[in-house]
Design a binder for this molecule. Structure first.
Ligand SMILES: Nc1ncnc2c1ncn2[C@@H]1O[C@H](COP(=O)(O)OP(=O)(O)OP(=O)(O)O)[C@@H](O)[C@H]1O
Length: 242
């Protein structure tokens, strides 16, 4: 489903990603973790073409992301992306946030888009808030709206970039619960997160990054049982103390 081969990226002379390689199968849930600045967000943004890369290849369901001939907006419409900051349009009602891309990008009729939006709002428990503005919702609710918005596009995979790290602690679980449910339904997911409880519960594999490299790419139980690298052992011992 997602194939990342020997991907390298530079910001000027600074190499942010070095020969990153991994494969994500349909229905797999991958957690990407690692220290701050290790390149996790950059890698995930390369997957849907939000960041260009200079070497290697990323294939998304058979389409090459880095190929200049690839229509990136079409490609992005097929992969849901959820960011740390929900990035909802503040001046638009929740339901309009959900229908905009369906109408503009997928060409759905507004009634159909609205029905779909309401269905997905119901799924994340927020149908009653459809006519509100984002500022009237809590951070956790806004993030659930952002997930519903991504799902409105019938994505073939979902990418999450630290979806809970801007939330107050009591709101983290309501977002993780939605992600756990998605995973249990077989959604292909690549999640940058520090939530190791989530990783233990639903990840199939864990990728550990350090200084722009994929240092470990292991089955969840192997990673948590005994990470191979000292760097990952240190990271886990620190993060699991909290
Ligand atoms: N636009 C940019 N220009 C130059 N350097 C950048 C840019 N974006 C990110 N970087 C650098 O690239 C490195 C990797 O950043 P990235 O955000 O991918 O790391 P991360 O592992 O996701 O970190 P965090 O956990 O703190 O979000 C960092 O050193 C960062 O400063």
């Amino acid at each position: 489903m997602i194939s990342i081969r020997q991907v390298s990226k530079w910001y000027g002379s600074f190499q942010v990603l070095t020969e990153c390689t991994t494969e994500i199968q349909k229905g797999e849930v991958i957690v990407v973790c690692g220290p701050s600045g290790s390149g996790k967000s950059t890698l995930i943004k390369c997957v849907n073409g939000l960041e260009p890369f200079q070497a290697g290849e990323i294939m998304l369901d058979g389409t090459s992301v880095g190929d200049a001939k690839t229509n990136l907006s079409k490609l992005r419409a097929r992969v849901g992306m959820v960011f740390q900051h929900f990035e909802l349009f503040p001046h638009m009602r929740i339901i309009d946030n959900l229908t905009l891309a369906q109408i503009r990008v997928l060409g759905r009729a507004s009634e159909e888009a609205r029905d779909k939006g309401l269905k997905l709002l119901e799924r994340v428990g927020l149908k009653a808030h459809a006519e509100k503005f984002p500022g009237e919702l809590s951070g956790g609710q806004q993030q659930r709206v952002a997930i519903a918005r991504a799902l409105c596009m019938d994505p073939i995979a979902m990418l999450f970039d630290e979806p809970t790290s801007a939330l107050d602690p009591e709101m983290i679980n309501e977002v993780l619960d939605v992600m756990v449910e998605l995973a249990s339904e077989g959604m292909t997911m690549m999640c940058v997160t520090h939530e190791m409880g989530f990783a233990r519960k639903v990840a199939h594999r864990v990728i550990f990054m350090d200084q722009g490299r994929i240092v470990e790419d292991a089955a969840k139980d192997d990673f948590f049982g005994k990470p191979r690298s000292e760097r990952a052992q240190l990271f886990l011992s620190k993060i699991l103390q909290h």
